[in-house]
Design a binder for this molecule. Structure first.
Ligand code: PLP
Length: 483
């Protein structure tokens, strides 16, 4: 949320000139995107055109409007080409519009989009998800948010308990029941709504704990008889380099002993870090896992998968024809007009079959390529004294959280914000200073990004928007060049 907008008086003349030149260039290049933002602002209430508002950058503050995409590239409405590392916020593991997904969608479009009767492919898709993730049963919704909401409901229904523990820094979608933060009252972290419009009642049963902190395990132990579930984003997108395997193992042990459902929110890690997601990566079996993004192949999807003891709350559990069996388990509420949408099922089947055929080598290679890419960037940042350090978890990458917050207080803060615009101007689309690599990114793409980063840093330094290299280092460099 923007507080009081900053004024332009806090930047010097050289910085103003730099900003002016960049703004002119940027807005000329992407003029139709800007025009569309302004034209439709009265009718489209859109947080894409709001989050991160900054007065200095106001004239460049609009989303790039995409026209088409293929592989690692997106073309905007002005015809500019971009190497995309946003990759649908983690959706496009195989790049944009891969032919095997496109064909599956075209085939389904020919057959029609019949909603109401059972979707023909739903059973096969559930089977494939179960095979890859090791989860016993699978249910479909339309978004990750819905999947998380359902997972919590299932855990509460199965355990008969109300409280849910989750960790600060995690993101679990936009369901009211997870939009919560901790506010210390008498040294005790009280749950309070994250934003206006969410009532405190809706988050009263949430325990917001510190991720990776042993004291959080103690808090869970102290509440063990009230807790239905612990909801965890195994590697938080907000803190990529924190990958606390030992903590997760202890959490698994504790929740098992206490009959608390351990829910892995695998919206980002699912099918990306490993075919079996973070569960397979860390060697930890959760009770319920939620998936989305990649598995929908670009179509909206959310998946709740888990042990039958939880999933049976959706349909009453297993029964057979020709005997006395019937759905015996007491169910909770679950619904959705678009659940198991035929197009989402067709795309998901194509994705899952592809993942199954490729095996874990697909993720291994992509993870390794991303690590090399990050290492190259970091070597450059270190040698050139740029106050950035990148981190990755498999093919998800971004700036290290600590460096990120530190940079907002140092003189390079404005430059860090501007680096994003410089990179867009050079034809790179990224998000939160990072993004995702896909199997469609080529070595040339990665080289281009590295060169664009170097060029942008140089420009920002010329405009006094990044701290200069120390003179000691410059002397070393001059000596080396001279020798
Ligand atoms: C870990 C996690 N959980 C849940 C969600 C919500 O998914 P959706 O945006 O599909 O509702 C996201 C979305 O980014 C996520 O990263």
């Amino acid at each position: 949320m923007p507080s009081q907008p900053e004024t332009t008086s806090s930047i010097n003349i050289r910085q103003q000139q730099h900003l002016q030149r960049l703004t002119e260039r940027y807005t000329k290049r992407t003029k139709t995107s800007k025009q569309l933002a302004q034209t439709y602002r009265p009718v489209i209430a859109d947080n894409k055109t709001f989050v991160g508002f900054n007065f200095h950058l106001k004239e460049m503050f609009y989303p790039i409007v995409a026209k088409r995409s293929l592989g690692s590239k997106i073309w905007d409405v002005d015809g500019n080409e971009y190497i995309d590392v946003t990759m649908g916020y983690g959706v496009n593991l195989f790049g944009h519009n891969p032919s095997f997904i496109k064909e599956a969608l075209e085939e389904q479009l020919d057959l029609g989009i019949q909603i109401g009767p059972q979707a023909e492919l739903a059973g096969e898709v559930a089977q494939l998800i179960s095979e890859l993730t090791g989860m016993e049963r699978v249910a479909f919704s339309n978004t990750g948010t819905e999947a998380v909401m359902t997972a919590l409901r299932l855990a509460r229904a199965a355990t008969g308990r109300n409280k849910i523990a989750l960790f600060s820094g995690s993101y679990h979608g936009h369901f009211d029941g997870t939009l919560v933060k901790a506010k210390a009252v008498d040294d005790y972290p009280n749950p309070v709504p994250l934003a206006p419009g969410i009532t405190s009642n809706l988050v009263a049963d949430i325990l917001v704990l510190d991720y990776g902190n042993p004291q959080s395990l103690e808090a869970i132990k102290a509440h063990e008889h009230e807790l239905a579930a612990v909801l965890v984003e195994p590697v938080q997108s907000s803190r990529i380099d924190f990958q606390p395997k030992a903590f997760l193992q202890q959490l698994r042990q504790l929740t098992k002993e206490s009959g608390i459902a351990l829910i892995f929110d695998e919206m980002v890690s699912g099918f990306r870090i490993h075919p079996g997601g973070a569960q397979a990566w860390f060697g930890i079996e959760a009770d319920i896992a939620t998936y989305g993004k990649i598995v929908g192949g670009g179509m909206p999807i959310g998946i709740v998968a888990g042990k039958a003891s939880y999933m049976d709350r959706i349909d009453g559990g297993m029964w057979n024809y020709g005997d006395a069996s019937y759905p015996q388990v007491k169910t909770t509420f679950f619904a959705g007009t678009f659940c198991k949408h035929p197009l989402a099922m067709a795309a998901a089947r194509a994705v899952l079959k592809h993942l199954k055929t490729q095996g874990s080598a697909l993720q291994q290679q992509l993870n390794q390529r991303t690590s090399q890419f990050i290492e190259t960037l970091n070597t450059y940042f270190q040698e050139d004294e740029v106050p950035i350090r990148m981190v990755n978890f498999g093919s998800l990458f971004g700036p290290a959280a600590s460096e990120n917050s530190a940079s907002s207080e140092n003189e390079g803060s404005a430059g860090m914000d501007l680096l994003y615009y410089h990179l867009v101007d050079r034809g790179i689309l990224l998000r939160n200073g990072g993004g995702f690599l896909s199997t469609a990114h080529t070595d040339e793409d990665l080289d281009y990004i590295i060169q664009a980063v170097k060029g942008s840093v140089q420009e920002l330094r010329e405009g006094c928007l990044l701290p200069p290299r120390s003179s000691a280092n410059l002397q070393k460099l001059e000596a080396a060049v001279g020798s």
